[in-house]
Design a protein around this ligand. Structure first.
Ligand code: NAP
Length: 342
């Protein structure tokens, strides 16, 4: 059963995953209120999709790192919206104070979006882009033989993540931001419900403005670095991944599918991946003339734990791309992006 959703507030819509989500919503005939810290970025984004310009409403917000005594910009942004997709969250490992730059802003982003949402009675559902980082228990190891589901939570404490390096702090940022949302629903019992997605590494072609390959988002940048000759090849922290096109479709469908309220999904491709496999795919497809990294045979048949992608297919009708198609489509497109800044 689907809901009649006319207008949706999207945060992070100018980013890698968010832009695909926005395109899916526009394709469903929905108007998007695009929350961004940069109106220039929003204008560039709209210029890329002129035929939908009258259904994209740019809306200026502050960085989630801003002090908490600033007025909540989302109080205005939510007006007239039927739903929210909250995809914005700081995602960088280049930080000097991980608690201040990753954990606190991720939590604050969720908090101010939900506090505003409760003031707009039209809102039926919030969809939150969390991460497999909020699900994975590192102590479990790489598997195989175990399937993570939406019931699993990363056991990190706030204190552990706050004093750790940026990689672990990011995992904490996603866990505690997502928990903020579930706890808000539990304690405030608002008129809307919540769906969360906990995707692993996300790869795929980009549909947001990218000035040059250096400014590709973190996950795609790794694919590009392999193409550009990284040696040694990077080593993946997880064997699981998802294609951005499938992830975005799942977000859009979850917003309009009435019956999935309260679900926590771990979307992923059934294929496992390794960066060695990515390098081999690039070479075999004739795209990777610049791939020079040594490809260890032992990494070409990646094994590992599974994610319960079947729930996404069953509830939302999303079928997942394979790794080869994703790598070929991504590199084919990235090769058309300028190498250097103008
Ligand atoms: N890429 C992956 O492999 C992956 C995997 C799992 C989960 N995720 C999650 O998916 C979401 C989107 O990731 P992405 O890869 O699309 O990232 P992205 O390309 O960096 O986009 C994130 C967007 O969030 C907004 N944003 C970032 N930091 C912010 C801050 N401090 N305050 C306010 N807004 C901020 C930015 O929008 P403006 O500049 O327009 O304000 C940016 O375009 C994030 O929640 C991330 O944690 C990503």
């Amino acid at each position: 059963m689907t809901w009649d959703i006319k207008k949706v507030l999207v945060t992070g819509g100018t980013g890698f995953i968010g832009a695909h989500i926005v395109d899916n919503l526009l394709g469903l005939g929905i108007t998007v209120r695009l929350a961004t810290r940069s109106m220039a970025k929003a204008e560039e984004f709209i210029a890329q999709r002129q035929k939908f310009a009258d259904r994209i409403e740019p809306f200026q917000i502050e960085d989630f790192c801003s002090s908490s005594d600033q007025p909540n910009p989302f109080l205005e942004a939510v007006k007239g919206c039927d739903g929210i997709i909250h995809a914005a969250s700081p995602l960088s490992y280049d930080v000097t104070n991980a608690e201040e730059e990753l954990i606190k802003p991720a939590i604050r982003g969720v908090k101010i979006v939900l506090e505003a949402a409760i003031t707009e009675p039209k809102i039926k559902r919030i969809v939150l882009t969390s991460s497999f980082a909020s699900v994975m228990d590192v102590a479990r190891g790489p598997g195989p033989g175990f399937t993570y589901t939406g019931e699993d939570w990363n056991p990190l404490t706030y204190e552990e993540s706050a004093k750790a390096d940026a990689v672990i702090a990011y995992r904490g940022s996603k866990k505690f931001a997502e928990l903020e949302a579930w706890n808000f629903i539990k304690h405030n019992k608002p008129g809307f419900d919540l769906v969360t997605f906990c995707p692993p590494m996300t790869f795929g072609p980009v549909v947001h403005p990218v000035e040059n390959v250096e400014s590709l988002n973190l996950s795609n940048r790794i694919l590009w670095d392999i193409y550009a000759g990284a040696d040694p090849l990077p080593v993946s922290r997880v064997p699981v991944w998802v294609d951005v096109r499938d992830l975005a479709l799942a977000h859009a469908r979850s917003l309009i599918t009435e019956t999935v309220g309260g679900r926590r999904y771990v979307p992923s491709s059934p294929d496992k991946f390794s960066y060695a496999l990515a390098a081999k795919i690039m070479k075999d497809s004739g795209l990777g003339e610049t791939v020079t990294g040594t490809i260890p045979e032992s990494d070409l048949n990646p094994l590992g734990y599974d994610l319960d992608w079947q729930s996404v297919t069953r509830d939302l009708g999303v079928n997942f791309h394979g790794f080869e198609e994703c790598v070929v489509d991504s590199i084919t497109q990235f090769k058309t992006i300028p190498r250097e800044s103008k």
